[in-house]
Design a protein around this ligand. Structure first.
Ligand SMILES: NC(=O)c1ccc[n+]([C@@H]2O[C@H](COP(=O)([O-])OP(=O)(O)OC[C@H]3O[C@@H](n4cnc5c(N)ncnc54)[C@H](OP(=O)(O)O)[C@@H]3O)[C@@H](O)[C@H]2O)c1
Length: 332
């Protein structure tokens, strides 16, 4: 067994409403040993994502986290000891290592990190699961046409910022919805969005009408609730809506009233649900297409990096209260 301890973050209580730091506890376990065919990994980066709140509520398709369980999550790790021919010490791998400093994985659970991805933390954000989500929504579901007015909510986040920028590269006019002036400024000035509405300080319906007077051709929804209802009220004829996330309901047991399906029928719109798992076989295509865009400086990106695994609960609390700005990453 290795010397030292394996810092783990476990769920202490199931929160009622937004999570607080006291809902998590730090635990010191032994560093695990890798068995036959297994690999011991040291965590370099941990991804924090909104779906984790759904796991805590028991409402996410990937499973439930109960009080006492270690928090789950995707990690970028360095191989320390390998008992499998496919991996050697020093390799960089992505896997679901969880909120801990060390993990043991079977070789088939590890994915080598594409060498073109630098820094490697991008493999958790714009060039990882959130980026693939955006890419899948834009390339496979939204049926983008040049000149489309595309609106995206939670626009400054890992998914939203990629949605808007890929749509921009594909010739759309992009309008973001975000909850802070600083986020809107970044989207307009750095990420090339044509417009951005701060839904906390502006009347969303009125601002949307002004920004997209001919209606919204594509809406990529990361939020649900009232925001979905308001944007759906302004769909253009033949609009496409990609339903991706439910930020408005992750923190509550009371589900907000849904959109009126009559608006979908009236606009002859197509609404499609997006689950990134269905597109994992597009991962290589996504990287081959998007990495050159990154290299050419066509894509801006923000990371919200916190140092130290022990600070993961505080960073998760910030993420779930909208105080993160960009992809939330823990540098372990
Ligand atoms: N369908 C799929 O396969 C799939 C895959 C990946 C992610 N997702 C979903 O995509 C969405 C965005 O994920 P992300 O990783 O890019 O997160 P993120 O945008 O980096 O962070 C979440 C953001 O949501 C916004 N938000 C809007 N309404 C909120 C509310 N009521 N409470 C708290 N925050 C609120 C906040 O920004 P503002 O300040 O702008 O409000 C916050 O910063 C999430 O809903 C996630 O679950 C879905």
């Amino acid at each position: 067994m290795m010397d030292g301890k394996n810092l783990q973050i476990r769920l202490k209580n199931r929160p009622d409403g937004p999570p607080s730091i006291g809902d998590f506890e730090v635990f010191e376990a032994d560093i695990p040993d890798a068995g036959e065919g297994e690999v011991l990994c040291r965590t370099l980066y941990l991804s924090l994502d909104p779906y984790m709140r759904g796991q805590i509520s028991g409402r996410h398709i990937s499973g439930t986290i109960l009080p006492g369980d270690m928090m789950r999550g995707e990690t970028i790790s360095e191989v320390v000891t390998s008992h499998h021919a496919d991996f050697k010490a020093g390799d960089r791998v992505a896997h679901h290592g969880g909120w801990q400093g060390w993990s043991v994985a079977k070789a088939d659970e590890l994915v080598p990190v594409d060498r073109r991805i630098m820094p490697p933390s991008l493999a958790l954000g714009m060039l990882g699961m959130p980026g693939l989500t955006a890419y899948a929504g834009m390339i496979y579901l939204a049926e983008l046409k040049k000149g489309d007015n595309l609106v995206v909510s939670a626009a400054s986040g890992a998914v939203g910022s990629m949605v808007g920028q890929i749509a921009g590269i594909m010739g759309c006019r992009v309008v973001g919805i975000a909850g802070a002036d600083e986020k809107c400024r970044w989207l307009r000035e750095e990420a090339g969005f044509a417009d951005c509405i701060n839904y906390k300080t502006q009347d969303l319906a009125a601002a949307l009408k002004e920004s997209c007077p001919d209606g919204v051709d594509v809406y990529f929804d990361n939020v649900g609730g009232d925001m979905l209802d308001i944007v759906m009220g302004q769909l253009a004829l033949g609009a496409r809506v990609v339903l991706c996330g439910l930020m408005a309901q992750y923190n509550t047991d009371v589900i907000p009233p849904g959109p009126n399906p009559a608006t979908i029928i009236k606009a002859r719109a197509t609404v499609r649900g997006l689950v990134v798992y269905d597109f994992f076989d597009k991962k290589q295509e996504f990287l081959d297409r998007v990495i050159p865009w990154v290299d050419q400086g066509l894509i801006s990106y923000r990371e919200d990096v916190t140092g130290g695994l022990e600070n993961a609960p505080a960073a998760f609390v910030r993420l779930m209260s909208g105080k993160n700005f960009g992809k939330t990453i823990i540098r372990v």
